[in-house]
Design a protein. Structure first.
Length: 315
């Protein structure tokens, strides 16, 4: 079986990831960033196209060689793939769920702790050379998280792990009443009650046409005054213009965004200069352990497909 790995350098950006598990099940060719128009050529003679967040739109999929029978997204989200076009071509699409659950949950809790402790504001001041009296610098907000309330929008594997970590540090956890996931010790409430009661709201849902700009002006207005927003899921969930306005008028106390739309935000975007905002470069999934686990899951996907029992099929 031959496979081409598009944008493999996103996974192995530091040269520290072992691809041997994947190379054991397929004759593998790896590429860095690719031009979409080159993808059909790069896939020549391959049965599998592995993508790391590479846009595979209808025109590209239609032009893939007849040999291609599987597209494997090296990640959880498949919003970069035109699933309808893949179905029309008879190409299976699978993903790699669960590989970064711990890493993303860890970053989410890190953000929550930083926002409540004001660490991000102190680091920004220090980076600007502020060595003033510690009493002045501690003018930043600094609060304990114990007894505060975290609201989760999206309660899959990552949201569930976040709930466990949050409860361990004394946070109360709210989840939507519509959630089908059962987690001990959390309270199920309406969406409106969750937003109104939460001191921090964290997003853990996929990006779909229905969830794009889920966090809009109305969503933000329903959040309690002085709350924080955390997004470690997909940038498109948040209307950044509406978020900026909510921060500017003081309705929200701050935000932490590991994902943005687009990524990165334009250099002149006002969120870059706000001291109450944490922006990181979509790093939640990039822990070494998570990336190593990802290669193992992709290798298992390919082996299962070759054996006639495909797993993690999305479409």
């Amino acid at each position: 079986m031959r496979a081409v790995f598009l944008s493999a350098t996103k996974v192995d950006f530091d040269g520290a990831v072992d691809f041997s598990a994947l190379e054991a099940v397929a004759e593998l060719t790896r590429h860095g960033a690719v031009d979409p128009t080159d993808i059909p050529r790069l896939a020549a003679g391959c049965q599998v196209v592995i993508s790391k967040e590479v846009p595979l739109r209808s025109q590209t999929i239609a032009a893939l060689p007849e040999t291609v029978a599987l597209i494997c997204e090296a990640g959880t989200g498949t919003d970069n793939i035109d699933l309808a076009a893949a179905r029309e071509r008879g190409i299976l699409v699978c993903n790699a769920p669960g590989y970064s659950t711990g890493a993303v949950a860890q970053l989410t809790l890190t953000f929550v702790l930083m926002l409540f402790s004001g660490t991000h504001q102190l680091l920004r001041r220090a980076g600007q050379g502020d060595q003033s009296d510690h009493r002045v610098r501690l003018g930043s907000a600094h609060h304990e998280v114990a007894g505060r309330t975290l609201g989760l929008i999206g309660v899959g594997a990552i949201g569930g792990r976040v709930a466990e970590l949050a409860r361990a540090v004394g946070l109360r956890v709210l989840v939507p009443a519509t959630s089908r996931t059962r987690i001990a010790g959390v309270e199920r409430v309406s969406r409106e009650a969750l937003l109104a009661r939460s001191d921090v709201v964290s997003l853990h849902c996929p990006l779909t046409p229905d969830t794009r700009h889920l966090v809009d002006a109305d969503f933000l207005a329903t959040m309690r005054s002085g709350a924080f927003l955390v997004n470690t899921s997909r940038g498109g969930l948040v209307d950044h213009t509406a978020l900026t306005a909510a921060l500017e008028r003081g309705h929200l106390a701050g935000a932490a965004l590991d994902v943005q739309d687009p990524e990165p935000l334009p250099a002149d975007h006002p969120l870059w200069s706000r001291p109450d905002v944490i922006l990181t470069p979509h790093m939640g999934w990039k822990a070494h352990e998570a990336r190593s686990r990802l290669i193992e899951i992709v290798a298992d996907n390919l082996a299962s497909f070759a054996a006639g029992s495909p797993v993690h099929v999305v479409s």
